[in-house]
Design a protein around this ligand. Structure first.
Ligand SMILES: Cc1ncc(COP(=O)(O)O)c(C=O)c1O
Length: 303
C-alpha cells in the first residue's frame, strides 16, 4: 500500500508529492522544517506523537524569522499530523517532517513576492543513531553559523549545509559525529542535536543564546532530570571541558539520547556509557511512549 503525505491542503500518494525544479526553496534552501517522532506503545496499541505542540510552536517561530505566512495554527498542524499518521496506519515508531517553504518559481534570493506552501511527509522509523553503544566523537574544524548569519534558532533547510559538512568530515575521519564550536570557539552542539555534559553529578548544557537550535528534547531532558533530582546548569562551555567531563550525551528528536564515550580520542570517565546517561535514557524511552502518567500530556494519541 502506498504511503500518504499531506501537501497543499490535501492527502496525496507519496509518489505524487512533487515540487517543480524552479521552486525557490530548492534553489535557495528557503524552507523551515521540524523533525517529529511518534512512538508505538504496544501494551496500549496506541501511537503517540511526542511533543507535537512544542515542535509546531518552534515551526512558527522559524517561519516568522524567515518572513513566512503559516497557513495553519499549531492546533491545526497537530490535527493534520494525527490524521496523516492514522491514514498511514502506522503500528510502529514513525518520523514526521513538516516543511513550510518558499514556493515561488523565482530566481533571486528575496523572500518577498514569494508564496509559502506546506508539506508533511512521514515514514516508519527506528533509531537514527545506535543509542545503546557509546559514540566516539571529535571537535569539528567547521564552525557553527551564528545568529547574525543564518540563525541556528530557526530550523532552516539551507543552514543544514553546515551540519552536512560537519557530519561528513567527522564520518570520513572515522568518528560517529562531532561537537561544533562557534566563531568565538565556545561549544554549541552536535551536527544536528544538542549536547549535555555530566560534571560532578550535575548536567551542564549551553544556553539558548549560544548559537544552538533550542531543542524540544533538551527541554524534555531538563524537566525529567529534575524528577530524578539531577540539576541542570545552562552556561557557556569551553572546549577543554569536553575532555574532562564525567559523561556526555547528545539529544534530539532523531538522536533521542545518544551517550558519548570519547571526545577527540580522550575517553570520558571510564570510557563506558555513564550511569546518569543510562538512567536518563531509560526514563526518556518510557516518557516518549506515554508510559509515565506525569508526562502523558506530551504524547498525542493518534488512534
Ligand atoms: C541543529 C540541531 N540541534 C538540535 C536539535 C535537537 O532538537 P529537537 O530536540 O527539538 O529535535 C536538532 C534536531 O533534531 C538539530 O537539527
Amino acid at each position: 500500500m502506498s504511503e500518504f503525505y499531506f501537501m497543499d491542503g490535501k492527502f496525496v500518494e507519496a509518489e505524487k508529492a512533487m515540487i517543480p525544479v524552479r521552486t525557490h526553496a530548492f534553489l535557495y534552501g528557503t524552507a523551515v522544517f521540524e523533525g517529529i517522532r511518534a512512538y508505538w506503545n504496544d501494551e496500549e496499541k496506541q501511537l503517540y506523537v511526542f511533543r507535537a505542540k512544542e515542535h509546531y510552536e518552534r515551526f512558527l517561530r522559524s517561519a516568522k524569522i524567515m518572513y513566512m505566512e503559516s497557513p495553519y495554527t499549531v492546533e491545526e498542524y497537530c490535527d493534520i499530523t494525527k490524521k496523516l499518521m492514522a491514514k498511514n496506519n502506522y503500528k510502529q515508531d514513525a518520523y514526521m517532517r513538516p516543511t513550510l517553504y518558499k514556493s515561488a518559481q523565482k530566481v533571486g534570493p528575496g523572500l518577498y513576492d514569494n508564496e509559502d506552501s506546506f508539506v508533511l511527509i512521514s515514514n516508519k522509523m527506528g533509531d537514527y543513531i545506535d543509542t545503546s553503544k557509546g559514540l566516539r566523537v571529535c571537535v569539528s574544524s567547521w564552525r557553527r553559523n551564528s545568529d547574525n548569519a543564518i540563525p541556528p534558532r530557526a530550523k532552516v533547510a539551507g543552514s543544514y549545509a553546515n551540519a552536512a559538512l560537519i557530519k561528513t568530515d567527522a564520518h570520513n575521519a572515522g568518528f560517529d559525529d562531532a561537537v561544533v564550536l562557534d566563531e568565538a570557539g565556545q561549544v554549541t552542539e552536535g551536527s544536528a542535536m544538542n549536547l549535555f555534559l555530566v560534571q560532578n553529578g550535575k548536567l551542564v548544557t549551553t544556553m539558548k543564546t549560544d548559537n544552538i537550535l533550542v531543542g524540544v528534547t533538551r527541554n524534555t531532558i531538563m524537566e525529567i532530570a529534575k524528577d530524578l533530582g539531577i540539576e541542570t546548569e545552562e552556561r557557556a562551555i569551553d572546549r577543554t571541558e569536553l575532555y574532562i567531563s564525567d559523561e556526555a550525551f547528545y539529544c534530539g528528536t532523531g538522536a533521542q539520547i545518544s551517550p558519548i564515550t570519547s571526545i577527540d580520542t580522550r575517553p570520558l570517565g571510564n570510557g563506558q556509557v555513564g550511569p546518569i546517561s543510562k538512567e536518563l535514557q531509560k526514563l526518556y524511552f518510557d516518557v516518549v511512549k506515554g508510559k509515565i502518567e506525569k508526562y502523558k500530556h506530551w504524547c498525542m494519541p493518534v488512534y
